[in-house]
Each structure stands twice: as structure tokens, then as C-alpha cells.
Design a protein around this ligand. Structure first.
Ligand SMILES: Cc1ncc(COP(=O)(O)O)c(C=O)c1O
Length: 378
């Protein structure tokens, strides 16, 4: 039995993306070269850019291809900070490490001040706190960066309200987990910049994009050949961009209602069978595929390993920090104790998840939970 419930870490590549990648790997030419081969690759990249832009509600000229969502977040955080000359960066308390770590780096190396906005027990940011910060520090704020949806608990954030409160301060949103799974429109949100990641929509690893509003200039992180509007130098990963666009096109046209229904049924079944298990976040204001649960009296890593031995892949939280066993900053910010956070697991469903797989997971939990509890040292 092999059941993959870690779609938030990476989505298995979808067929159209594999086809687009393998076909374009054989094409010769650097997209910046002026000869026929180069121009042919450039044409395919520009088509990919237009496709992604259309699906993300932006203009093609606003898409800056990067090598990952992590790079796009770094470019947004550092690029806006350096360009503005201002010292304050505002984020939520539950951002991904790809946002928190560049901010922390600027604090340690460049004298930045980081203001972190708290969240409620559902993971939703405190808009009153944000309002108070903007009212008292507006002239000093370089950037507000609030993720569109959270990778650990799935909660969706009120980005339109954030933009209204920001009142002209640049707003960046990390939409790595949202794009392709819930409605997302760069122009409708009114943000200044947004991050996308190729492998979170069934595209290849190692490609992402930062959407930067037309007319906005940010300081580059990478210097070199001046590709991507002089904002992101480096020879374009043409096959990656083309495959990313094919994946996005496929994913954005899928219906995610089925995934949300499966998740709800799965949660109801877990709740019926294991009454003390609690849900972190909410079922309604959430990405369709993410279910984060606390299993009292269990060490989450032990439970993960026991489930893995049954062929079931889940996660203790963000894949990027999964190598280090520490309580999730997201769950702590939502008010869980360290002990509760260390007893929590993320199940993330995708289009390939089936009802019978989830029934098998509930069955497996019936045998592995008592074993995990017996081994628990608290
Ligand atoms: C919310 C969020 N932002 C950024 C990233 C980083 O994206 P990438 O893996 O493309 O670097 C991830 C990946 O886990 C994520 O979940």
C-alpha cells in the first residue's frame, strides 16, 4: 500500500507538465540568444509567461521567473527592503521559513526591524493589530508580507483587507500553496507582488515566479546578465518555465470541490473513531487539501514513522524544516502548547487522493495510534 498525503510538500508532476518538460528539454537554444534557435526558445518561454499570467490574473510583463518559491520570497523581501530605504518589515507570525528567514537575515545583517502580526486560534491574522502598526509606523514600513494561505494548516488570509489597511505600502503575498487550488487573482487582490512555486501545482521542482506589479522597481538579489527585466539575472530555465505553465494550466482547470469533500469526510471519520483528536485551523476558511490534526499523547515523529511503515506519507509540518524536530511556530502562534504542537500531523490531500485511501488511513490509525501512545514519553 502506498498512500501519498503530502501534497503540500510537493504535488506529483501532472502528465501535461511531464510531457512539456521532456519535449522542451530537447530544444536547443538560450532564450536570450538572437539566432533562430534562441528566438524559438524565447517564443515558448513568452507563451508560458502569458499562460501563467492569465491564470494568475496578472500581465505577462509582471511575471519574473525564479528558481523556486523560496527565491521569489527572498527577492520580494530583500528587493523591496533595499529599494525603499525604510527599516520596518511587517509579516504574519505564521509565514513560511522562505519569508521568515530572509527577514531575520535582514534584521541580523542590515538593521531591519521585524514586526510580526499575531493570528487567532484559527490561524487568521489580527487585522486590528495590523491597522495599529500601520497607523503608528506607516512612514517607516518597507513592506508588508502576508501569505495567501498557510502551508501547515491551510488557512486563507484576508489579503484584500490587508491591502486596504496598507494604504499604499507595498504588499507581498506568498501564494505558493494557493495558486491552482483556490481562486487567485493578482490584480483583484491589489497586491504589489506575489510568489508562485512550480512544484506546488504539479510542475517541476526548481522553478517559481515573483509577480511584480507593473511600474514597480525592486533591487535585484542576483546580478548578472540582466534577464527578467533586470530584476533576476541568470539564463532562463526555459524547460522549467514551459512545464510550470503546462502544470498551472492543467491544475487551474481542475475542480477542487472533490478534494474538499474528501477532506471533510476524512476529518469526520477520524473524529468519530478517535474522539480526542482535534483539528487545527478551520474546515471552511482553508485550502481544500490540508488537514492538520493534534493526536494527544503521541509524538508526531513516531506517528509519522509508524504511518510510513504502513506506506502512508504524511508530514509534521513544513517540509523545509521537517529535518529538525521542534514545535511548529504556526501552531504555537495559534495558541497550542509545545506539547500539543509536537503531537500534530499534517495530512495534505490532492487530486489523486481517493475515498478508499482515506478509509485505509483511518484503519491504519486504529493500529498505529495505540503503538505511538505506548511509546510516548511526554
Ligand atoms: C507557503 C510556501 N512558501 C514557499 C515555499 C517554498 O517554495 P519552493 O519549494 O518552490 O522553494 C513553500 C514550500 O514548501 C511553501 O509552502
Amino acid at each position: 500500500m502506498s498512500i501519498y498525503l503530502d501534497h503540500a510538500a510537493t504535488v506529483p508532476m501532472v502528465e501535461p507538465a511531464i510531457r512539456a518538460l521532456t519535449e522542451s528539454l530537447g530544444a536547443v537554444g538560450n532564450a536570450s540568444s538572437l539566432h533562430t534557435d534562441g528566438r524559438s526558445v524565447r517564443k515558448s518561454v513568452e507563451e508560458a509567461r502569458e499562460h501563467i499570467a492569465e491564470l494568475a490574473g496578472s500581465a505577462g510583463s509582471e511575471i519574473i521567473f525564479t528558481a523556486s518559491g523560496t527565491e521569489a520570497n527572498n527577492l520580494a523581501i530583500k528587493g523591496f527592503y533595499w529599494k525603499s530605504g525604510k527599516k520596518v518589515i511587517v509579516t504574519s507570525a505564521i509565514e513560511h521559513a522562505a519569508t521568515m528567514d530572509p527577514v531575520q537575515w535582514l534584521v541580523e545583517h542590515e538593521g531591519a526591524e521585524w514586526i510580526s502580526i499575531g493570528v487567532n486560534s484559527q490561524g487568521c491574522i489580527d487585522l486590528d493589530q495590523l491597522k495599529a502598526v500601520v497607523n503608528s509606523r506607516k512612514a517607516e514600513i518597507a513592506l508588508i508580507s502576508i501569505m495567501h494561505s498557510n502551508n501547515e494548516v491551510g488557512v486563507l488570509q484576508p489579503i484584500v483587507e490587508v491591502v486596504t489597511i496598507a494604504d499604499g505600502i507595498p504588499v507581498h503575498t506568498d501564494a505558493s500553496q494557493s495558486f491552482g487550488k483556490v481562486p487567485f487573482s493578482f490584480s483583484d487582490l491589489g497586491v504589489t507582488a506575489a510568489t508562485l512555486s512550480g512544484h506546488k501545482v504539479g510542475g517541476p521542482l526548481g522553478v517559481g515566479a515573483l509577480i511584480v506589479k507593473r511600474g514597480i522597481d525592486i533591487t535585484p538579489v542576483l546580478h548578472g546578465g540582466g534577464q527578467e527585466r533586470d530584476i533576476r539575472s541568470g539564463t532562463l530555465n526555459a524547460p522549467g518555465a514551459i512545464s510550470f505553465a503546462a502544470a498551472a494550466k492543467f491544475m487551474c482547470h481542475q475542480k477542487y470541490d472533490g478534494v474538499a469533500t474528501l477532506r471533510k469526510t476524512f476529518w469526520e471519520s477520524i473524529h468519530r473513531n478517535f474522539e480526542d483528536v482535534t483539528l487545527n485551523g478551520s474546515i471552511d476558511n482553508s485550502l481544500p487539501g490540508i488537514l492538520n490534526l493534534t493526536f494527544p499523547g503521541v509524538d508526531n515523529e513516531s506517528l509519522l514513522v509508524l504511518l510510513d511503515m504502513e506506506g502512508i506519507s504524511v508530514s509534521t509540518g513544513s517540509a523545509c524544516s521537517a529535518g529538525v524536530h521542534r514545535p511548529s511556530h504556526v501552531l504555537i502562534a495559534m495558541g497550542l502548547t509545545e506539547k500539543q504542537a509536537m503531537s500534530s500531523l499534517r495530512f495534505s490531500l490532492g487530486l489523486s487522493t481517493t475515498q478508499s485511501q482515506l478509509e485505509d488511513v483511518v484503519k491504519a490509525l486504529t493500529t498505529v495510534l495505540p503503538r505511538a501512545r505506548a511509546a510516548y514519553k511526554g
